[in-house]
Design a protein around this ligand. Structure first.
Ligand code: FES
Length: 75
């Protein structure tokens, strides 16, 4: 049943802030080196209970497999 655990683009990923996967992907696409912290700053996602950080990280890795830099650079 892993399909239920995978974040989808249109599903709400951060339930505290009601941020969808597509919003996170859009923000990640606008960043040169997206990190969970960058996504938090840009969208507000993950700034509540933090339970969504793993889902956010997975979305970033799906979109930008080379996410390794701790630098947050906005294009
Ligand atoms: S679910 Fe994202 S901060 Fe709580």
């Amino acid at each position: 049943m892993s399909i239920l655990l995978e974040p989808t683009v249109d599903a709400i990923v951060c339930h505290c802030l009601q941020i969808s996967g597509s919003e996170i992907r859009t923000a990640a696409g606008a960043l040169e080196a997206p990190t969970v912290r960058c996504i938090m700053k840009c969208t507000g996602a993950g700034t509540g209970c933090t339970a969504c950080h793993r889902r956010i990280r997975r979305l970033i890795e799906d979109q930008c497999p080379s996410e390794s830099s701790p630098t947050c650079v906005i294009r």
